[in-house]
Design a binder for this molecule. Structure first.
Ligand code: ATP
Length: 359
């Protein structure tokens, strides 16, 4: 852990301007700048340039270049910042620091596609990430990760090993239950299967576990949300009125079970015209942002309706990993804001303890 004495010992006066410049940086994710206790090392070279080492308490490496530029411009000297992600060691379940539920009020809005790309974006922002496919009606995460046909394996005949693809650990409820049977399921059965997968998968240490929930806001989703020690939920919607009405039911459901809604993601938000490049709001405009304002939650991203998203998904590729695609930056920005709100929520409120029970 960083010792303040190391920072302020002999050369504290020289260090004050760079500490102030780091603290003055602002963005949606770094809403109150770089805090002093994130600094691991701060050294000034003989030519007056600075070298900074940071430990970020949330996934946010994608913004380091912007921070570096901001500080260098402010001080008018070259600044080089290196950083790694080191979340506080508070575990919500086994060695998992945060569980985030990705839900939608209705089916077909692109929940699974968004969940898996968000997981990848968090990983690219420097975190250890897993994805758990809990969609009993149509488990699609193995397909989206290019894992179709994979069989679950165990190392010790007790715990399942998670699959690994695209630097993510993954597990799917589809391996436990044939989706044809899901129509006759009740809440306790579904939450029991989810708990079994959470408990009996050897996840190891994870910063974030993204759970792709079944679509809807019925008994099954309610019971599942109640039984998982989630840090928060993200609701995926499309701009149509019907989808937004269902997203509102999702917000109400999470409020009922005291799972904080961390934000909405509007998927298929607009279509970029191939001729003029202008966004075309095929399904309506500003619906998610109005809903978000009404409930005091942020819109984390507006994801376009894009052929590349569908094509990558069908090939088991992730558009979030394609650095040439503008959409990948949109997922990464959403991931940073999500990660930072989890950090500030944990740092500034007292934790609610949720206990997993067997029923
Ligand atoms: N932004 C997008 N642009 C283009 N196609 C998309 C986009 N988002 C999702 N899709 C496509 O829409 C289809 C449905 O997506 P997905 O399976 O993620 O939806 P879902 O909400 O998880 O569905 P379900 O409710 O059945 O679980 C897929 O073919 C996917 O590739």
């Amino acid at each position: 852990m960083f010792g303040l004495s190391k920072l302020f010992s002999s050369k504290s006066a020289e260090k004050a301007p760079i500490i102030a410049a780091l603290a003055a940086y602002r963005s949606s994710a770094f809403a109150i700048g770089i805090e002093q206790d994130w600094l691991e090392e701060l050294n000034q070279n003989s030519d007056k340039s600075w070298q900074v080492k940071l430990n970020l308490p949330f996934a946010g490496l994608g913004e380091i270049n912007d921070i570096e530029k901001f500080v260098a411009d402010k001080l008018s000297v070259p600044v080089s910042i290196s950083a790694k992600v080191k979340l506080p060691s508070t575990f919500s379940f086994k060695q998992i620091k945060h569980i985030v539920l990705v839900a939608s009020g209705k089916g077909g809005v692109g929940k699974s596609t968004t969940a898996v790309n968000l997981a990848s974006a968090l990983e690219q922002e420097g975190a250890k990430v897993g994805i758990l496919d809990a969609d009993i009606y149509g488990p699609s995460i193995p397909l989206l990760l290019g894992l179709q046909g994979a069989e679950p394996k165990t190392a010790d005949n007790k715990n399942l090993l998670p699959f690994e693809a695209h630097n993510l650990k993954a597990q799917s409820i589809g391996f436990l239950v044939p989706s044809d049977d899901a129509t006759v399921w009740r809440g306790p059965m579904a939450s029991g299967a989810l708990n079994q997968l959470m408990n009996e998968t050897a996840w190891g240490e994870l910063d974030y576990l993204i759970v792709d929930m079944p679509p809807g806001t019925g008994d099954i989703q309610l019971t599942m949300s109640q039984k998982v020690p989630a840090s928060g939920a993200v609701i995926i919607t499309t701009p149509q009125d019907l989808a937004l009405a269902d997203a509102q039911k999702g917000i109400a459901m999470f409020n009922k079970v005291n799972v904080p809604v961390l934000g909405l993601i509007e998927n298929m938000s607009y279509f970029l015209c191939g001729h003029c490049g202008e966004p075309n709001h095929v399904f309506g405009k500003d619906g998610a942002v109005k809903l978000a304002h009404r409930h005091g939650v942020p819109v984390l991203a507006n994801i376009p309706l894009a052929i590349e998203i569908r094509e990558s998904s069908e090939q088991g590729d992730l558009i979030a990993k394609d650095n040439a695609a503008q959409i990948s930056e949109t997922y990464k920005t959403a991931a940073r804001v999500l990660a930072s709100s989890l950090y500030y929520q944990q740092a500034h409120t007292s934790a609610v303890e949720i206990v997993i029970t067997e029923d």
